[in-house]
Design a protein around this ligand. Structure first.
Ligand code: AGP
Length: 616
């Protein structure tokens, strides 16, 4: 996924583009570029392979005249390797049009061949350069303005896009459009300036008033006004302004070395924010409007299917255990990418829950559209307000984890798990499966979590020492049973994605069915052994590892008798078995974080990754 930013108004555009792109870098960072325009200098297009720092060096040494119109882009490569020429922005053959794009044009080759026959030449391997020249060809052939040319051209492409494009012959406007990738317009103060971006971060110090472009919409953005039309039927859309309540502070690292560490330490507050406003006045029930308003439908549900990718999929796995415990109906968890390409069974009395931090993950969005086409009821658990998945589902609940900049998901996953816990309890209440006494016990435990997470965070120095001991390992195995099995997967995912150490998560009992062949002194095993029930089973797993000269790191309860079994033990506060994963998540995050830092990795922007995968 990439980040795009644009501005038209009365301020010098360059600093707005640079700061905006820096805040979008978490969306993709293998190249970056900007293009500005003013009468005397004309187009100033500067782009380069590598991170924003490379672009800033280039800009410092390049001539620039103050401009009031410009666009920028930070890239996660889809078509064309990351290099200077494939970086965005891309100019059309005439040099009049300049465009940035987040997404994929699937039929770009056939369009490219057609344009080549009409004399167009291409410098890059990208689908984006094809798109800007298609718009140019339409503009010339149909003799229309940029907005109309973009609309006609987009009706000829297949794929996903969020674009911003300007024409030097009309340098007081930017045309933006989206399908399958997010785009938001910031309404400037005194409405004589407008911002365009992939999300709200690039401009929140200038305005909190935004317009979310909907799927299949095109906006003509001038300094003084904006017009929004539907790309297919050309219908004019009324402008719906949303007021944000995000502060700039939220997207700054503060005293932390990395966003990821800051976001790990924000988790006690995130738990409070996730359940804030979701307990009734006298705290005798959970209230989720998305569920209460659909009581009738939910009372008939006889199967739940959870869709997600990555850490969101893992949250769904915990949700499966919780929902089967509390509701007693079948629950399945599906990788969105696998679900959408099977011939899945989708029935009227199914409830589909889509979990997505960004609300823009292409596979989850596509799986959701498939479900919606079969009229099953859908519920979204998203973090980004106004995101595509949040807007597509029949009902939903925002996790309110705040902005998550670190590419590796931490607080967002924590909030998803808390949300699933509340969802399960609430649905149990709706379906009269939970007595008030039982509810009160679970509620009190939920309210005790922030303090317990604080205590788990206080273990960081000890965890850092363990990280030093094991940071040279080339492989890790993570084991957990039942509610801890999803955390074994998450611990492995965190380590993989930020330290580049190969790691696998497994159900502890499965170790004997293959992975035990891997065990030796060079394969550290992290065992999440917090369960009260089954503890004798996990003891035998640990002894099997030790008997093969394996080294074992244990995540155990503070009062656990298992401590002596481990080479290193991390003792965490106790709670119910169902909630232990929420606490064991913290040492797993910190272990991965410190190993990655010790190995000198870019923790916030790991190689090859992007914060939200909006391509399939
Ligand atoms: C998790 O650390 C990863 N960054 C990744 O697996 C992520 O969870 C996945 O891409 C799903 O993203 P979403 O929650 O925004 O849909």
């Amino acid at each position: 996924m990439c980040g795009i930013v644009g501005y038209v108004g009365h301020r010098d555009v360059l600093p707005i583009l640079i700061n905006g792109l820096k805040r979008l870098e978490y969306r993709g960072y293998d190249s970056a570029g900007i293009a500005t325009y003013n009468e005397s200098q004309g187009i100033n297009l500067v782009k380069t392979k590598g991170k924003m720092a490379n672009l800033e060096v280039l800009l410092e040494s390049s001539y620039y005249q103050e401009s009031f119109l410009g666009i920028g882009h930070t890239r996660w490569a889809t078509h064309g390797i990351p290099n200077d020429v494939n970086s965005h922005p891309h100019a059309s053959n005439s040099g009049d049009l300049v465009l940035v794009h987040n997404g994929i044009i699937e039929n770009y080759e056939s369009i490219k061949n057609l344009l080549i026959k009409r004399g167009y030449e291409f410098k890059s391997d990208t689908d984006t350069e094809v798109l800007v020249n298609l718009i140019e060809e339409v503009k010339k052939k149909e003799q229309v303005k940029l907005g109309k040319a973009v609309q006609i051209a987009l009706n000829q492409v297949v794929g996903a896009y969020a674009i911003a494009v300007f024409d030097i012959n009309k340098p007081n406007e930017i045309v933006a459009a989206r399908l399958g990738s997010p785009l938001v317009i910031g309404i400037g103060a005194e409405s004589n300036e407008h911002f365009i971006a992939s999300d709200i971060h690039p401009f929140i110090e200038y305005t909190k008033s935004v317009v979310y472009l909907e799927e299949g919409e095109l906006a003509i953005v001038k300094g003084k006004k904006i017009k929004i039309r539907n790309i297919k039927d050309d219908k004019l859309k009324s402008i719906l302004i949303t007021e944000l309540n995000v502060e700039l502070e939220e997207i700054r690292k503060g005293d932390y070395e990395h966003f990821m560490l800051k976001e790990i330490h924000e988790q006690p507050k995130v738990i409070l924010d996730t359940y804030r406003g979701r307990l009734s006045e006298n705290k005798d029930m959970i209230k989720m409007s998305g569920l209460i308003d659909n009581k009738e439908i939910l009372s008939k549900i006889d199967r739940i299917v959870i869709l997600g990718c990555g850490s969101s999929y893992i949250a769904g796995l915990l949700g499966e255990y919780l929902l089967e415990d509390f509701i007693g109906i079948p629950v399945e968890v599906e990788y969105s990418s696998e679900f959408r390409y099977r011939n899945p069974i989708i029935r009227e009395n199914d409830l589909f829950i889509a979990i997505s931090q960004s609300g823009e993950t292409a596979d989850t969005l596509a799986a959701l559209k498939l479900v919606k086409s079969k009229n099953a009821f859908t519920f979204g658990i998203c973090n980004v307000v106004g995101s595509s998945i949040a807007r597509l589902t029949d009902a939903g609940a925002y996790t309110h984890a705040g902005v998550e900049i670190g590419v590796a998901s931490t607080k967002a996953l924590m909030s998803q798990m808390i949300m699933l816990y509340m969802f399960a309890i609430h649905l149990a209440q709706i379906r009269q499966k939970l007595s008030q006494d039982k509810f009160n016990i679970y509620r009190d435990e939920l309210l005790s979590l922030p303090e317990k997470i604080e205590r788990a965070l206080a273990l960081e120095p000890a965890i850092k020492k363990i990280a030093y001991i094991y940071s040279e390992a080339n492989n890790f195995l993570y084991l957990g049973r039942k509610y801890n099995y999803p955390m074994a997967l998450e611990g492995a995912l965190k380590l993989k994605e930020i330290s580049y150490i190969h790691a696998e998560g497994y159900p502890a009992a499965e170790m004997k069915h293959g992975p035990i062949a891997l065990i030796d002194n060079d394969m550290p095993v992290v065992v999440i052994a917090t369960e009260n029930e089954n503890s004798e089973k996990i003891i035998s797993n640990i002894q099997e590892i030790k008997a093969r000269n394996g080294r074992v790191i244990g995540i155990i309860r503070e009062d656990s008798k298992l401590k002596s079994l481990f080479d290193h033990a991390i003792e965490i506060p106790s709670t119910f078995d169902q909630l232990m994963p929420i606490i064991s998540l913290v040492p797993l995050q910190l272990l991965a974080y410190h190993i990655a830092v010790i190995k000198g990795k870019n923790v916030d922007q790991p190689r090859n990754l992007a914060k939200s995968v909006t391509v399939e």
